[in-house]
Design a protein around this ligand. Structure first.
Ligand SMILES: Cc1ncc(COP(=O)(O)O)c(C=O)c1O
Length: 400
């Protein structure tokens, strides 16, 4: 690999020029085709419908239902509220705990709390880094209202196993599938597992709708409930169905999502090229292990996650500090785990020592629309520089 830093003095932490002049982030930030976006926006002006329940939203929901091979898609203003409303509908009455991993998205426990429920954290599989049938089973009790499967950011969790657990126990199962919009599991499209799967269309996701989210389901009662819940509790005829909120998706967001959907296969090819370049470059760097995508399945290849092996010379925290100084906005995967965060609501867990150990070892590397193949080379070369200058860099560890 070509060195980016010939000596420790050249590191940005020492005042040297950063590897990148502009920030390289882990956000996807894909830019859908502008002309397509304008084209999809036209019906808003023709029909004078702007704030949802118009032709653009209807087209998006139809296209997404086809994409995920499910009966219904309900689009909303964000993934957050899609998750909250689905949980409120599915949770077993008289019970309050939601089984979910702690090693996951930073805000997921907040979402459970907004639904008036209590996170019950389970362990994760050390290889797949996600909830499994066995780890969820260990948390089942007469307080369990719901199982929340979360697909990790590389590959999927064993949705078939969780479906078997749900069938055995009668506890409803839903998924946070935000990071798996493009994936398959044993050839079946993500979107149709459990009672529902929830997605985000925020700009860092595979489908950039500026902001937005959607829920896929084969359950007509749930789909009708979500449609009225997102619209102040009113159904399509304006009749009051029950407690709701204003969580609808506007037409202009739906137009952006449609343009993103048209470009998704091309985007995935670019993501795959970046991933393969990381794979190729990191082969020679044994101190880091790239978390591999399972090539038997279909993937969006958006996220790049690496594990720091015992050979890696410095701590994960110092690694992140060095990367940030060089304008690589990498993030820990996932730290702190949710049970270690201060919150104002109740959370329940037993021993999560595996989660705690894993939360120290992984990080996400730059990816997405603004990261070129040459950028990937620079990133990998810089990582090799860290190994080369590891001894000298140790003096920057906090407490040294
Ligand atoms: C795994 C996961 N779940 C849920 C959400 C919430 O989605 P939104 O930002 O659309 O509210 C996000 C957003 O980053 C996420 O990454």
């Amino acid at each position: 690999m070509t060195s980016m830093k010939n000596s420790i003095q050249e590191f940005a932490i020492q005042g040297g020029p950063p590897v990148f002049e502009q920030i390289k982030s882990i956000s996807n930030l894909v830019q859908p085709d502008f002309e397509k976006f304008l084209g999809y926006s036209t019906p808003m002006f023709r029909d004078e419908v702007f704030s949802g329940a118009g032709a653009v939203q209807a087209l998006l929901e139809k296209r997404l239902a086809e994409f995920h091979q499910v009966a219904h898609c309900v689009s909303l203003c964000g993934g957050f509220w899609g998750l909250v409303l689905t949980m409120k509908h599915l949770a077993l009455p008289g019970r309050n705990e939601v089984i979910m991993p702690s090693l996951t998205y930073r805000r997921l426990a907040d979402i459970v709390a907004w639904a008036g429920l209590t996170p019950r954290f389970c362990e994760v599989d050390p290889q797949a880094l996600c909830i499994t049938e066995a780890t969820a089973q260990a948390c089942v009790s007469d307080r369990t209202a719901l199982i929340l499967g979360v697909h990790p950011i590389v590959n999927c969790c064993d949705a078939f196993g969780l479906e078997a657990l749900s069938a055995r126990t009668g506890i409803p199962l839903m998924f946070d599938a935000v990071e798996s919009a493009y994936e398959t599991l044993r050839g079946r499209k993500v979107g149709s597992f459990g009672r529902a799967e929830c997605f985000s269309m925020q700009s860092s996701k595979l489908f950039n709708a500026f902001e937005g989210g959607y829920v896929t389901t084969n359950d007509t009662v749930l789909a009708d409930s979500l449609r009225s819940q997102r619209n102040h509790g009113l159904n399509g005829r304006g009749e009051f169905m029950g407690h709701g909120m204003n969580a609808n998706q506007s037409e202009v967001h739906a137009a952006m999502a449609l343009a993103a959907l048209d470009g998704v296969h091309a985007q995935v090819e670019q993501n795959r090229a970046r991933y393969q370049r990381y794979q190729h470059n990191l082969q020679g760097l044994s101190a880091l292990e790239l978390v591999p995508f399972d090539e038997r399945e279909r993937h969006g290849y958006k996220n790049i996650v690496v594990k720091l092996t015992p050979e890696w010379p410095i701590s994960r925290e110092l690694t992140l500090r060095l990367l940030h100084k060089e304008n690589m906005l990498c993030r820990a995967y996932y730290s702190p785990p949710l049970h270690q965060k201060a919150t104002g609501y109740d959370m329940v867990w037993d021993d999560l020592s595996l989660t705690e150990a894993l939360a120290e070892r992984y990080l996400m590397l730059p990816c997405g629309y603004f990261v070129s193949i040459q950028d990937v080379d620079h990133i990998c070369n810089f990582l090799a520089d860290i190994v080369r200058h590891g001894q000298a860099l140790k003096t920057y560890e906090v407490g040294q």
